[in-house]
Design a protein around this ligand. Structure first.
Ligand code: UDP
Length: 243
């Protein structure tokens, strides 16, 4: 029998999400709302792993466009994810949620180093695991880190929390006639270059048949709804009902 809710999830939160209405940095009320949403599903005994972006603070590709060496800029981007991870850890712990930050770049005084088996053990003990520093490699994104870690820990699904309701055939911000997909295939996402995650992340999910749900994380209660398998957002699979 298929379980009625997901057992182990990997939630990807972009840096942009943490910035809220600000152009830069972390908006405190957003941080606390997110922590509240996450703590609700932790209380449901769901095992939660988080990958946090850094785009609200520093994006490697943007800095390299202004002349900085790409690899150095990317390492700065990875450090930015650590700032967000520590902020989220603090907000969760204020709600008495036990957390561990696991970093792909060693920062011993701040976080544990990433060890796959250790991450799984923390999850089994119902600790929220926050993966920081992306994959630890330049030229990648935290979306790819999310796909990679989700596979490594055996997550049931990747949940990509965004500010929009799901995946649209065109940009809903600029085109009022844009329509949202209920389900879509990874191949369509790649071929139509739909802005979901970068192609490396999408390919990784597709090759390993890991489902992805893109949904609106800024709406209260949505995380809980997705975890309970309510039909919200867009489901990306290898075998969508209406490809
Ligand atoms: N980054 C990287 N390798 C990784 C993950 C991230 O080099 O595995 C760098 C890259 O410069 C990126 C920045 O960290 O621009 C912040 O991550 P990302 O842009 O994915 O954050 P988000 O868009 O989710 O806020």
């Amino acid at each position: 029998m298929t379980p009625s809710r997901y057992r182990r999830i990997l939630l990807k939160i972009s840096g942009e999400m943490l910035a809220g209405t600000q152009a830069y940095g972390i908006q405190p009320d957003i941080l606390h709302t997110l922590a509240e949403e996450i703590s609700e599903v932790v209380k449901m005994e769901v095992e939660v792993a988080l990958v946090i972006g850094g785009g609200n603070i520093f994006r490697g590709i943007a800095a390299s466009a202004t002349g900085m060496e790409r690899a150095s800029a990317d390492y700065m981007g990875m450090l930015a994810t650590m700032l967000n991870a520590l902020a989220l850890q603090n907000a969760l712990e204020k709600r008495e949620i036990t957390t561990r930050v696991l970093s792909a770049i060693e920062m011993r005084q701040l976080a544990e180093g990433y060890i796959r088996r250790r991450a799984i053990r923390h999850l089994e003990k119902k600790r929220v695991v926050i993966f920081a520093a992306g994959t630890g490699n330049p030229y990648f994104t935290t979306d790819t880190a999310a796909a990679l870690r989700a596979m490594e820990i055996g997550a049931d699904v990747i949940l990509k929390g965004t500010k929009v309701n799901g995946i649209y055939d065109s940009d809903p911000v600029t085109n009022p006639k844009a329509t949202m997909f209920e389900e879509v295939s990874f191949l369509t996402v790649l071929n139509k270059r739909l802005k979901v995650m970068d192609s490396t992340a999408i390919t990784l999910c597709m090759d390993n048949k890991l489902p992805l749900i893109v949904f609106n994380l800024s709406e209260t209660g949505n995380l809980k709804r997705v975890v309970n398998k309510e039909k919200i957002g867009t489901l990306v699979t290898t075998t969508p009902k209406h490809p």
